[in-house]
Design a protein around this ligand. Structure first.
Ligand code: UTP
Length: 289
């Protein structure tokens, strides 16, 4: 059995990116000419997903507008013969079914995922956080789906994080099966470095069996007064095996200002038209430093 549905939570307040996130979703911040969430949707599509549920909230209308048809713009481009641009504008919304659910209040990632339970209707599904971009020839979500196809169990993507940063992640304890794969034995939300069971943090990609919904419902409000997905995962691991997968790829948490800037620089360096000029600019400024 494979996975066709994905939830993309994008209802958070984005406080690390204030003041711009007062009126603009952080998921719509551009990496050159595409918003962050466009890359996330591309990853989902390239992983075989054909049905996406966005979890949105107040001030998130621009996400819906972005993925909607744009008849006036399309007519204009058509009349000017700008076929390349027309294709670009049309492509993303035509490749996948997109649905929207509103999370009434940002009560945490667990709560955001719970709002999509009816739409998921008892199938396994993927979750891709709307502000994490992961670059790799085999998309990270596809890597997780491959583990799911093999073992039929929930699988979460993890990466090694510096010990001083474990406080920002759900940190796992795992039993190593091979270079990439672990059986989850415990997961702790935002531990201090002293209490962290490892330095493997859960990042923004998951594949779940539908039993996760009941486990989130049974979880109390956790760290930060939010309904934490981590608590649901921990509960699920008590009744079903869960795998942690050390994915291959480069991840940018674009909800963090510094990571966002690094993403823009790296994407510009990968862009043939920009590469030389950006390199020259960087070299010139490094010399000045
Ligand atoms: P984050 O913790 O990075 O998002 O959640 P945040 O709360 O918006 O960010 P800061 O810390 O205040 O800057 C990861 C993902 O989960 C979504 C966010 O939109 C983001 O894509 N999320 C978070 C929700 O959809 N609902 C929530 O209640 C919380």
């Amino acid at each position: 059995m494979t996975i066709k549905k994905a939830i993309i939570p994008a209802a958070g307040l984005g406080t690390r990116f204030l003041p711009v996130t007062k009126s603009m979703p952080k998921e719509m911040l551009p990496i050159i000419d595409k918003p962050v969430i466009h890359y996330v949707v591309e990853e989902a599509i390239n992983s075989g997903i054909d049905d996406i549920i966005f979890i949105t909230g107040r001030s998130k209308r621009s996400i819906e507008d972005y993925f909607d048809d744009s008849p006036e713009l399309e007519m204009h481009l058509m009349s000017k013969g700008k076929t390349e641009m027309l294709k670009m504008v049309r492509d993303i919304s035509s490749l996948v079914d997109i649905h929207y659910i509103r999370q009434k209040e940002p009560r945490g990632l667990g709560d955001a995922i719970l709002t999509a339970e009816k739409h998921i209707s008892g199938e396994p599904f993927a979750v891709l956080l709307g502000d994490d971009i992961i670059v790799n020839s085999t998309p990270c979500t596809k890597q997780l789906i491959e583990v799911f196809i093999k073992y039929g169990r929930s699988t979460i993507a993890v990466e090694e994080v510096p010990l001083e940063k474990v406080i920002n992640y759900g940190i796992i304890k795992g039993r190593k099966l091979d270079e990439h794969l672990y059986v989850l034995e415990d997961i702790v939300e935002k531990p201090s470095p002293e209490k962290a069971p490892s330095n493997y943090g859960a990042i923004g990609r998951y594949v779940f069996t539908p039993e996760i919904f009941d486990c989130i419902k049974k979880s109390e409000y956790g760290v930060g007064g939010e309904i934490q997905l981590t608590d649901g995962i921990k509960l699920l691991s008590e009744s079903q095996k869960i795998y942690a997968y050390k994915f291959t790829g480069k991840r940018y948490d674009t909800g963090d200002k510094l990571e966002y800037i690094k993403a823009i620089v790296d994407f510009a360096l990968e862009n043939e038209e920009m590469r030389e000029e950006i390199l020259a600019y960087l070299r010139e400024n490094i010399v000045k430093c």
